[in-house]
Design a protein around this ligand. Structure first.
Ligand code: PLP
Length: 368
């Protein structure tokens, strides 16, 4: 046992540290998933997620929580939207955008990629222009591209996309943003949101979240692509019958239940503001050290920052020196491999944790 829950200081961009009360909730005895206590907890979790995601039942949205990681939910979103031969436009600015595109290809879609440079995000006009050629079944967006720390303005891109191509389904990867940045499915007319437990929600890894619009569900019902485990309509039917379709990850749901209660008590707006403040604290701290974030200010994610350590410092060396001080950050991915270190400032991360990280970075930079 370590002395403190935040020792070592886990600041990788997921999985993130889980606070003690969430961990404690998981140690309760397992309950059966065909009884009132389970049904009440499941309803509570889904209701809270509906409010967080703006995915109301009255508007025809379905929300499911699955034993899964985020990638499973990307696959689930695609499985509801895409049939072999469909055209898909995928905005890719890093490793996770590319993963989403590759999943759609596995489902037989013809995927066109709209690439942006690492640290940049797709702009609404360009997306609209590409879509207005017509014939795109789905648009894939990554809200926070965790490999670069860039946050797409989903609201603006979705509005432009909807206008240019009203029937195109808009699917969003919100794995590293949900809870840390607003993503309002109904208000922004989003068709699928895929997310997971282990990032800004500060729940251990193992739960996936999928929200689907009535447009997505209609499309899925008519689709030739099969879905079994991921079928959102089946999840909804079972939930309304006060059970789960398959054996759920009960103890992870205990954790999700208390984490969402805490988040809602804080207030979603307040939580988003807290994440923006963590981002600003970290970005101004690294600027003072002459280090450079990969993402431009205009699209800096409130949850993740990728940092170029600057002249005289090598990313791998910085990561190792931080680890020696009990602070864990992540390395770069894909083309940024060896070039950057990545920090998750989300979930249960507090300003004092970033103070400690910045003090250690100052020491490492001074040593050279
Ligand atoms: C934006 C994004 N999408 C998808 C994934 C994949 O999620 P998982 O590792 O939970 O399957 C991640 C994980 O880091 C991510 O950050």
């Amino acid at each position: 046992m370590t002395a403190h829950w935040d020792e070592p200081l886990l600041l990788i961009p997921g999985p993130v540290m889980v606070p003690p009360e969430t961990l404690a909730a998981m140690s309760r005895q397992v309950i059966a998933h065909r009884g009132d206590p389970f049904a009440e907890m499941q309803d509570r979790i889904v209701a809270r997620l509906r409010r967080l995601l703006d995915a109301p039942e009255e508007a025809g949205y379905e929300v499911g929580v699955y034993p899964s990681s985020g990638t499973g939910m990307l696959e689930a979103a695609v499985a509801h939207a895409v049939e072999p031969g469909d055209r898909v436009l995928s905005c890719t600015g890093g490793e996770f955008g590319e993963r989403f595109a590759a999943i759609a290809e596995r489902f037989g879609a013809q995927v066109d990629r709209l690439h942006v440079e690492p640290g940049q995000v797709p702009d609404p006009e360009t997306v609209a222009e590409r879509l207005s050629g017509g014939g795109y079944r789905a648009l894939l967006l990554t809200h926070c591209e965790t490999s670069t720390g860039a946050l797409t303005d989903v609201r603006a891109v979705a509005a432009a996309a909807r206008q240019a191509s009203p029937d195109t389904l808009i699917l969003v990867d919100a794995v590293s943003s949900l809870g840390g940045a607003p993503l309002l499915a109904a208000a922004w007319d989003i068709d699928a949101v895929a997310s997971a437990s282990q990032k800004a929600l500060a729940v251990p890894p193992g739960l996936g979240i999928l929200a689907g619009s009535p447009r997505l569900l209609e499309r899925a019902a008519a689709s030739r692509s099969p879905r079994v485990y991921w079928d959102l309509a089946a999840y909804g039917r079972n939930r309304r019958q006060r059970r789960a379709p398959y054996t759920p990850a009960v103890n992870l749901l205990y954790a999700m239940d208390v984490a969402l209660e805490r988040l809602e008590n804080e207030g979603f707006e307040a939580a988003w503001a807290r994440h923006r403040a963590l981002r600003d604290q970290f970005r101004s701290g690294i600027a003072r050290l002459g280090m450079e974030p990969v993402a431009a200010d205009a699209c800096a994610s409130p949850t993740v920052t990728a940092v170029r350590p600057g002249p005289g410092l090598e990313a791998g060396g910085v990561i190792a020196a931080l680890a020696e001080r009990g602070i864990l950050v992540a390395g770069g991915m894909g083309p940024l491999s060896g070039q950057v270190f990545r920090v998750g400032h989300m979930g249960a991360v507090e300003p004092r944790h970033l103070d400690r990280l910045l003090a250690a970075l100052a020491e490492i930079a001074a040593r050279g």
